[in-house]
Design a protein around this ligand. Structure first.
Ligand code: NAD
Length: 289
């Protein structure tokens, strides 16, 4: 299976190397020389966007739907150059409305579509242990099973095209909310004289636990390392997409708007380029005596 990975950032670069190590014929591509150069130095064959090879799979790992649309539609784009029968797999966290629109165009052009947003960060991408949420046809997933198994510890088929991106937004809304609520809860315990690590040990043996309390707090927040590889800017983008989806769906007012506002309250603290866990670090620092 010949695979072209487009977008060689924190996630795409690691996914490309993992697929290459698993024995796939992989070429990487990125808009920027520096990204291509970094992966070429690690032994990955690379191509500029103008010289994409003919592949069975084009796997996209791009910041937003705007770049996904550009790579697919802007002439010649994948719609013009991908061979019939090849599959476009969008692992980015994208806008589900745009994904459904692009999936229809891709299928009309004789290609297949799969949305496959991921969890697990650069580390999960580098070790082939991503969680993946799949939106598309069962036949496409079966065809790509060897590739998906090389990248993912657990992939879940959640529905037709766009469904993977819908579920990814719900997941990231929950993660963003857990960062705020867990920081507030730990700060409250600290004010009452309980050490944050001891508080989390208690929470993690109870029903208040989450990936944030079990992983993010010990690994990145209490340790002060803040090097998860996922930025605040990307989380803000995901929250805006979740809010837009809720508005389009006429959802009654809920907590989502408060979470979106809290994440956008101070554009410098954390800044878009900062690790996303810094929002909990800042809340904890403000509230801890
Ligand atoms: P990143 O910014 O590190 O990488 C994106 C790459 O895409 C960059 O190298 C950039 O140069 C390239 N790019 C931008 N426009 C392009 C174009 N038109 N053509 C070719 N390349 C282009 O981002 P990332 O952290 O790797 O995230 C990628 C996607 O995965 C995002 O949608 C993000 O929300 C999602 N995601 C990230 C993480 C994480 O922990 N970093 C986890 C889950 C999901």
């Amino acid at each position: 299976m010949r695979i072209c990975v487009i977008g060689l950032g924190q996630m795409g670069g690691n996914m490309a190397l993992t697929l290459q190590s698993a024995g796939f014929d992989v070429t990487g591509s990125d808009l920027f020389d520096s990204a291509r150069q970094r992966l070429a130095e690690q032994g990955l064959p690379v191509a500029t966007p103008d010289e994409l090879p003919s592949c069975d799979v084009y796997l996209l790992s791009l910041p937003t739907s705007a770049q996904v649309r550009e790579v697919i539609e802007t002439a010649p784009g994948l719609l013009g150059l991908a061979p019939k029968g090849s599959v476009i797999v969008d692992t980015s966290t994208s806008d589900p409305v745009v994904s459904r629109e692009l999936a229809a165009k891709v299928e009309a052009a004789g290609l297949a579509w799969l949305d496959a947003p991921v969890s697990g960060g650069p580390k999960g991408a580098a070790t082939g242990r991503l969680g993946m949420l799949l939106g598309g046809e069962t036949a496409t997933i079966e065809r790509l099973a060897p590739m998906l198994e090389a990248m993912s510890a657990r992939y879940t088929h959640v529905g037709g095209s766009g469904s993977g991106h819908v579920v990814k937004l719900t997941n990231n809304y929950l993660c963003a909310a857990h960062l705020l609520t867990t920081a507030e809860a730990v700060a409250m315990a600290a004010r009452a004289g309980v050490d944050p690590a001891a508080c989390l040990a208690g929470v993690n043996s109870g029903s208040g636990r989450s990936a944030v309390s079990e992983v993010n707090f010990p690994e990145w927040i209490l340790s002060g390392r803040f090097d998860s590889g996922f930025t605040t800017g990307l989380m803000r983008k995901d929250l805006r997409l979740a809010r837009d989806a809720a508005e389009r769906l006429d959802m009654p007012p809920g907590l989502l708007q408060a979470v979106v506002e809290a994440w956008h309250a101070d554009p410098e603290r954390p800044a878009d380029g900062d690790d996303f866990n810094r929002i909990a670090g800042a809340l904890l620092a403000d509230a801890t005596p």
